[in-house]
Structure formats: C-alpha cells, structure tokens
Ligand binder design. Structure first.
Ligand code: HAM
Length: 425
C-alpha cells in the first residue's frame, strides 16, 4: 500500500470543511478591501527565492525543496508566496496605471522542516500583498483586514505583536549598536546558530526561540529607539491607527521574522493554544524588494496566514444538511426518480438518491444517515398514481403529494420561517 510522505497531509471531513470556510471568508473579506485573486505557479526558479527571501535565512539554507530539471536548471517548490507574486506583478506588469495593486493568493507552500503539530512540509497559506504605497494607512488597513478575517473565523485568544525594522539608513546605525552589544557580551549561553548569525545575520539573533539566547538578549538595544525620523513617524502612525480601531498591538522589539526582505513594520499574530508553533500569521513591509527583483521602485506590505494552524484554532464549522434523500426501492422507477432528483438540484435543492435495489428498511437507514431533511419515497404504487411520499425526517410527519408539486412543496418548506435551508447539527 502506498503511504503519504512524512510532513504531507490529506485534507478531508472537518479539516476540509474548515479550509473551505477559510477560503470563502478570505474571498468575502478581502473583496471588501478590494483585493483580487492572483494564482501563481507552485514551481519557480530557485534564484527567485534566494534573491527575495535572502541567502542566509533558514528557509533558503535548509528548508527548500530544490531539484534540477532534465536540463540542469535549478527549480524550487515555493516555500512562500510573496516572491512569486512579485515576480508575476513585474513580469505581467500587473500594476500598470493603477496606483495601488492588491493581490491575494491561496495555496500550498513547501518547507523541508521537522514535522510536528502545526508544522508541515506541505502547508497552505492565505497570502495578501498591497503594492504601490508606502503609507502607514496601507499597513494599518492590512492589519485591520487580517484581524477582521480571524474574527470571522471565530478565532479567539490571539495576540498581535508588532515592531519596526527601520529603513536601510537607520538599520545601519542600529546594527552597529547591536554588534557592539554582542561584542560586549560573552558568546557563552548563545546557541551555536546564534553564534554564526551574530556574524552573518545579526538581526536574526533577536528572535531566536532558544530561552538561553532570549535571556542573554534581555538588555539588547531596541530598534524603536534607533529609528530615523521618517521611520519613527511611520511606525507611530501605524500604532495610532490600530489603536483608534481598538486593535491591541504589543510592541515586541525582538520581532524580526525569518525572511530577510522586511523593512519598517513587521507583525505576527500568535496563539498559545497550538503547541510550540505559535505563529498563525505574519507579515510586514518590504519596500525595496520589487526593485531588487528587477521591477520599478514600488513599495509593498503583506502578510500570510498558515491555514493548518488556523484550522487548529477554529471551532467546528456547521455543515449544511441536504434537503432530500430520494428513495426508489425498485429499478423500474429509478429512471423517473433520477429525472426528479436532477430537477430538484436544478432548482437549488441538494440531495442524493439510491442507485441499487434494497429493502425499504436498509434504504431508509441510508436516508437517515445522509442527514437529509426529507425522505422522498417513489415506489411502484407512487409511480402508477403519479404521486410521491414526502417524509419529514425531523418530526416523522409524512404526506402524499402530486409528483409535479414535489419541488414546490420542498422549496416552500425550505423557505418557511421555521425551516432554514441549512440546519446546523
Ligand atoms: P512566514 O512567517 O514565513 O511568512 O509564514 C507565514 C505563516 O505561514 C506562519 O505564520 C505560519 O502560520 C505558516 N507557516 C509557515 N511555515 C509553516 C509550516 N512549515 N507548517 C505550517 N504552517 C507554516 C511568509 O511566508 C511571508 N511570505 C508572509 C508575507 C507576505 N510577508 C509579506 N507578505
């Protein structure tokens, strides 16, 4: 028997329903903010990810699924969506004369990490990018949209953490301070990864999850105190807009995030209820990235949510009940029953029918198991008289109706004040 690969999952039943609900709510809410869907390829050239995510990041160094194709070209299964979205925006000239382009992408991403609860090798992201404006309103609006989305999914007890990573100018000054701090402290107590990062990616040391490193970093200089005037004004404006919208944001001066392209605003939404992997969404501003990829100098800000992690936090979704189960015990009536089922679906009524002969008892059991609100019975007697039995599966009431009125009766009933078309269970 074939088995799925480690870190890869089949999605079905409750988790499948949750994914469908997430996608529906994402499309609804992002649509209100005028985001449009952009689907990009899952496979891209490796160089794209190296250039955008950064050579020294864990994602590029250790986590990409990379291989050579038959012509020895290096390809990578996308580990995140931003790089591909920006490649498409540049290549297809998607911003053109509009000033701001807003795009969302939903789909699988691949990172070769050690699998655990909430951490998969194939996982799914809902990703949003807002391009063409460096206004703090764009950052705030994006975060409001994310929080609105999480609220619609009824996800509770989450925390929004925010930081500013400045621009290349103030980052230079800050990195000097940070290097001075590392130099004045013994390396003992820092994990081996951080000891390397101090040299090649000093910012990343700040968000190491190792408790020993965090203890050593307690008095590390905070970026907020070294922002240039413009970056400080930008950050304060974002914080102020969020506050006015009653969105609580904790400033976390160690929030750096694992991808190198961020500038100014960075943020993460976390939950303490999904084990070690606490981040359910993360993002930030990346002005300068589009020009680094060969496009015009276009600022951008975005985020991505991990759908598997959201699913762990969502309450069980209600599943709509089918309206009918059409029971045709004998093959002689099945063609007419089939035509009726087709007619009902064309009128918007959901349901199924039996295709095989069976005893009334076993077919009725099938009807109950389908959770249908009505069982429609169409046997030889009903066929002869052009009638149908309609049994209400909730209260057991059964009535006989002319066959041609079956659809009208179900529609009327489904629209009645006491009979919602979809009943929660
Ligand atoms: P990221 O923080 O690397 O950001 O990923 C975003 C979210 O994807 C995480 O918060 C987490 O929920 C989920 N995630 C990441 N890795 C895994 C995994 N192995 N298994 C399950 N879920 C995972 C980005 O990817 C950026 N591209 C976000 C962004 C968009 N920034 C600007 N625009």
């Amino acid at each position: 028997m074939f088995k799925r690969l480690k870190g890869f999952a089949d999605l079905y039943e409750e988790e499948g329903e949750k994914f469908a609900l997430m996608e529906k709510e994402a499309r609804r809410i992002f649509g209100l903010y005028m985001f449009e869907e952009l689907r990009t390829p899952i496979l891209e050239s490796t160089a794209l990810f190296k250039r955008s995510i950064g050579d020294s990041t864990d994602v590029v160094q250790k986590e990409m699924f990379t291989f050579l194709d038959s012509k020895e070209r290096s390809m990578t299964l996308r580990p995140e969506a931003t790089a591909g979205v920006l490649r498409a925006v540049i290549e297809e000239d998607l911003i053109r004369e509009r000033t701001v382009g807003r795009f969302y992408t939903i789909g699988p991403m691949f990172r070769h990490e050690r699998p655990q609860k909430g951490r998969m090798r194939q996982f799914h992201q809902i990703n949003c990018e807002c391009l063409g404006t460096d206004s703090p309103y764009a950052d705030a609006s994006l975060i409001c949209m994310l929080m609105e989305f999480l609220r619609a999914l009824r996800i509770k007890d989450i925390k929004l953490k925010i930081n500013s990573l400045g621009c290349p100018e103030c980052r230079k000054t800050y990195l000097e301070k940070l290097r001075d701090f590392y130099a004045s402290h013994s390396r003992e107590g820092f994990c081996p990864d951080c000891q390397t990062r101090m040299k090649n990616n000093p910012l990343r040391v700040l968000d190491c999850k190792n408790p020993g490193c965090q203890e050593k970093l307690a008095n590390a200089p905070a970026f907020r105190e070294h922002l240039c005037e413009d970056c400080e004004r930008h950050f304060d404006a974002v914080l102020d807009l969020l506050k006015k919208e009653n969105i609580e944001a904790d400033i976390d001066s160690h929030l750096v995030r694992g991808l190198d392209y961020y500038r100014r605003t960075t943020f993460e939404v976390t939950s303490g209820q999904i084990g070690a992997q606490t981040a359910i969404a993360g993002g930030g501003r990346y002005d300068g990235l589009i020009s680094a990829l060969g496009g015009a100098d276009t600022p951008g800000v975005g985020f991505a949510c991990g759908m598997e992690r959201l699913a762990l936090l969502m309450p069980k979704p209600s599943i709509p009940r089918p309206v009918f189960f059409l029971l045709a015990p004998q093959s002689g009536q099945r063609q007419r029953a089939f035509a009726l089922a087709e007619k009902l679906r064309k009128l918007g009524l959901s349901g199924e029918m039996n295709y095989a002969d069976g005893s009334f008892k076993s077919l009725f059991r099938q009807a109950s198991r389908s959770r249908a609100r009505y069982c429609l019975i169409f046997g030889p007697d009903e066929a002869r008289e052009n009638i149908i039995q309609i049994k209400n599966m909730d209260n057991g009431e059964q009535k006989t109706a002319p066959l041609e009125l079956a659809a009208d009766i179900l529609i009327q009933d489904a629209q009645g004040p006491d009979s919602p078309a979809a009943v929660e269970f």
